[in-house]
Ligand binder design. Structure first.
Ligand SMILES: Cc1cc2nc3c(=O)[nH]c(=O)nc-3n(C[C@H](O)[C@H](O)[C@H](O)COP(=O)(O)O)c2cc1C
Length: 382
């Protein structure tokens, strides 16, 4: 077996990369005044030093109808110098970087907005929020805001942008018949529900240039009970359309916080979107990237050898070991230390097993406070 397929250079989603190992978007909980903090610089440098081929940033926000408060990085003009420093740092190690553009919709974790917008006024079980539907004009404005954010990302030096179309955030909610009961052109059948995603991709290409790489992360299934959310059939049909209009890469994910499965599953699930990604890769020209439960270098390598999947992305394993790819490349080890316990979903943005003594104390206090806040949020939404 060619053990080095994943370490070969090549082109993924229109971007030249030194290897096929990607860091999947990982929210950092660390912006200050909407700009990357020192913590973010350090983390991204550690990943780049650790030989990650390309980093997808944690989600960044940009729309006036979205949450726009710390600790979220904002893709806006006055952030360009600080974003440029992150990009330059990463490029200095030969690693590429793509900005993930997101609108949280009713999954807003920071409620800086008085009004939380979503496709329709359907209660979000993840937050207890009953959102206000975006007007048709606001949806059209959002399409333009996505493209404007991509232009800013390009100006800051990012190698491309990724639309976040997965995990229960706004674009995923538009696609879902459970959360989209609109009667305008952005609702109805799947072609109506996916219109916003298609328009955004086209508008980014129009404004940032047709050669500027546009990626998207999509759920191959929402994994809601009785298959009520986005189905694999719809995911494949939308992906084919996106690829046809020039979207450069599709990262295959799945699940929502409140679905049967979430996006970040427990240890017994490995490469859990592999079959859907394989089927997609047979159908589209766009590069297909597989995320979810990949913890072993031999497994990653054989996926690239045996299928048309173009690259592998990792999140939690790189929170635990930012230098994992280097260790794999140098043959120091073959499996990741990460046990998929999901305790890295914490405001310190670190693996709990890597906490210092002080961080352990801080984490305990933060958990107690977060519990209290969640209770308040749910009570006020009742
Ligand atoms: C702490 C944390 C933050 C995450 N932040 C994001 C994010 O900003 N955007 C996104 O698309 N996915 C996010 N994810 C999901 C991951 O990118 C990934 O899809 C999922 O964890 C499965 O991959 P893994 O098994 O390699 O962790 C996050 C996951 C974790 C654990």
């Amino acid at each position: 077996m060619d053990r080095n397929k994943i370490f070969e250079q090549g082109v993924v989603g229109g971007i030249k990369v030194k290897n096929k190992m990607i860091r999947s978007a990982t929210f950092e909980y660390a912006a200050i005044d909407g700009k990357p903090s020192a913590k973010i610089y350090e983390r991204y440098e550690a990943l780049a030093k650790g030989e990650v081929g390309l980093i997808i940033t944690g989600f960044v926000s940009f729309s006036k109808t979205d949450q726009l408060a710390d600790p979220i990085v904002l893709m806006q003009k006055d952030s360009i110098p600080s974003l440029q420093r992150v990009v330059d740092k990463v490029h200095g190690y030969g690693t590429k970087i793509v900005a993930q553009l997101n609108h949280a919709g009713s999954q807003a974790s920071v409620t800086s907005q008085e009004t939380i917008y979503a496709p329709s006024a359907v209660k979000d079980p993840a937050t207890g929020i009953v959102p206000t539907p975006l007007s048709t004009e606001q949806v059209k404005e959002l399409v333009k805001e996505f493209a404007a954010a991509a232009v800013i990302a390009k100006e800051a030096g990012f190698d491309g942008v990724q639309m976040h179309g997965a995990h229960g955030y706004l674009l995923n909610k538009f696609l879902s018949p459970m959360y989209n009961n609109r009667t305008d052109e952005y609702g109805g059948d799947f072609s109506g529900r996916s219109r916003i995603v298609m328009e955004i991709a086209q508008e980014i290409k129009r404004k940032a240039g047709k050669d500027y790489p546009v990626w998207i992360k999509l759920n191959n299934s929402d994994y809601h009970r009785e298959n009520l959310g986005v189905t694999e059939e719809e995911f494949l049909a939308l992906s084919e359309e996106l690829s046809r209009i020039g979207v450069d890469a599709i990262e295959v994910s799945g699940g929502t916080i409140t679905g049967t499965y979430g996006p970040s599953r427990s240890k017994q699930h490995t490469a859990y979107h592999l079959e859907a990604a394989k089927r997609l890769a047979e159908k589209v020209e766009a590069s297909v990237i597989l995320v979810g439960g990949i913890r072993d270098v031999e497994m990653a390598n054989s996926i690239l050898l045996d299928t048309k999947i173009a690259a592998i992305s990792l999140c939690r394993a790189l929170i635990c070991e930012p230098d994992l790819i280097k260790k794999w490349r140098d043959g120091e080890k073959t499996t990741a230390d990460c046990i998929s316990c999901n305790r890295c979903f914490n405001p310190l943005g670190k693996c709990v097993f890597k906490f210092t003594k002080e961080e352990k104390i801080q984490y305990k206090a933060m958990r107690a406070e977060a519990k209290e806040q969640k209770k308040k949020q749910l009570n006020s939404a009742k």
